[in-house]
Design a protein around this ligand. Sequence first.
Ligand code: COA
Ligand code: AMP
Length: 630
Amino acid sequence: MGYADLHQRSVTDPNGFWMEQAQAIDWMRPPSKALFDEAAPLYEWFSDGMVNTCWNAVDRHVEAGRGDQTAIIYDSPITDTKRKITYAELQGRVARLAGALRAKGVKKGDRVIIYMPMIPEALDAMLACARLGAVHSVVFGGFAAHELAVRIDDATPKAIIAASCGMEPGRVVHYKPLLDNAIEQAQHKPEFCVIFQREQETAALIPGRDLDWNICQEGVEPADCVPVEGNHPAYILYTSGTTGQPKGVIRPTAGHLVALQWTMKNIYDVDPGDVFWAASDVGWVVGHSYICYAPLIAGNTTIVFEGKPIGTPDAGTFWRVISEHKVKSFFTAPTAFRAVKREDPKGEFVTKYDLSCLKTVYLAGERADSDTIIWAQDQLKVPVIDHWWQTETGWAIAANPMGVEPLSVKLGSPAVGMPGYNIQVLDEGGHPVSPGTLGAIALKLPLPPGTLPTLWNAEARFRKSYLEQFPGYYATGDAGYMDDDGYVYIMARTDDVINVAGHRLSTGAMEEVLASHPDVAECAVIGVADDLKGQMPLGFLCLNKGAERAPDDVVKECVKLVRDQIGPVAAFKLAVVVERLPKTRSGKILRGTMVNIADSQPFKMPATIDDPAILDEIRDALRGLGFARD
Ligand code: COA
Ligand code: AMP
């Protein structure tokens, strides 16, 4: 069957299509049907099946005689460590940790926050939760204590599993003080914490609350896999929305298993035993799906890489890892390639390694610019595939199904809808537009298995954010167009989300922090174009009359405030004091117009602008920062 027919069937016969795919998963009780649409427009998949994620990711491979195959390769140029863990070893590690958590009272449905860097123990922790049916929520290490506290209060975890530290180039990230500070800030207190002491730093433990990772596992009975319902939440992953309160995306257990299993052969073209590498972080959705779960579910070898594309030690690190570990499919963000290209434009490092194992490269997380794709293709001499997805979906909405039928690549497009995704481009009234016309990209409901059924503790917000704008559709928050062949082109976000170095951030959240500065009367944050990171946040600050501090000091304090409140990952380094902000007559700040001015893009003067002269003041301020050059 060609891909077009396969996709057609997935949309017209979702039950038949997905029940067939479900056969690739081990069930403790098979589901009676795939789609549960009784509560439409809220949908669920495989709800009455009983299944366990850890069994499918680990135990079943051992049972099938593949226990000696490497499950995880840990490669850390930052700490100069390399280690391999087989599926049989992984089973032992995970069952012991799950046993220790169970002994302390963690059971099905309890939440567990995981705050760990890129080490195999992070995967152990995720899988141990899955083994017990506990719901994990991994928090990225680049967030500050306040962000962790917000997630603790929303997820109300029984336990937190953390490492003593993370390692950034030239800097140790002291996780434990961040964790202690977050617990102090949060209203909700976990019953206990499990701390993995890394060689690089031993953290002080708080007696009665903190347990040592190794000591708490001594003498415990290893835990077996606990069957859970198909619609049981596998995990919660917080992502940026319009406000400072992050959205808790829920991943349903069975749909996640079925969808991810399907993607490994059909999108990423790998078979059991092949080595697959996603150079992301377990704190992001790419890390959940393609460092931890999908490659293990499909019986691949996954790589946990603790390093950066450049500087650890050089721009050849990616090629060294690919060549040394025989990576067949490699997944990264365009920004990582831009960083490598900047350091090694001629690809001199590429020629130092035998990359004959590499068959395909995949890019996601932000718009992939043509220059970067062409550069990577020229250097690596393999197809470079852009694919588009979101934390909410957990797997690609649009991609090139390389394992089914490689489609022709069109630069600038992540290709076509994946199974079950019916992609439509709509005008403001919710009507489909003709090919080539820009509009809001929406997905006709139901979304396929594995995608979010709702938001944690926030069903009304789920409906409002995604379902109400275009009834019958899921609003992606992305704008773009489709061509005559059904290839989609993703051009911009329609909301306040920006994408900095492949990291999804909320300008609204940054504005909330800036507004808390005592001298700031009003503010706006926009994303300006950046050659390396795609976008960078830039803040405009209007000060109170009679503000005590000098404008330069306020700027410095605001930069520090965002770093302390949201974290270094926000990369908030640019801010400028202005007299006034441009607004519509009804008082809405014209952020889009400011972005156009900063990026030197032509724009139409908004008809509703209150005072056009303010735009000249904004242009001058931006020029002072090196932007808005004609
Ligand atoms: N823990 C703690 N701090 C972290 C962190 C982590 N896990 N990850 C990043 N940070 C910090 C960085 O150290 C940096 O701090 P600094 O301001 O003190 O320098 C800050 O957050 C900003 O990080 P980043 O935006 O990543 O910039 P960078 O200059 O360190 O690196 C790239 C630039 C392009 C090399 C890097 O962003 C990269 O590899 N990006 C790929 C992103 C990716 O894989 N995304 C996943 C989606 S697929
Ligand atoms: P995240 O939830 O962090 O994965 O970010 C999702 C958002 O990143 C999407 O809504 C897009 O705005 C952007 N994005 C992800 N992949 C792509 C891509 N291939 N092309 C363009 N934008 C992308």
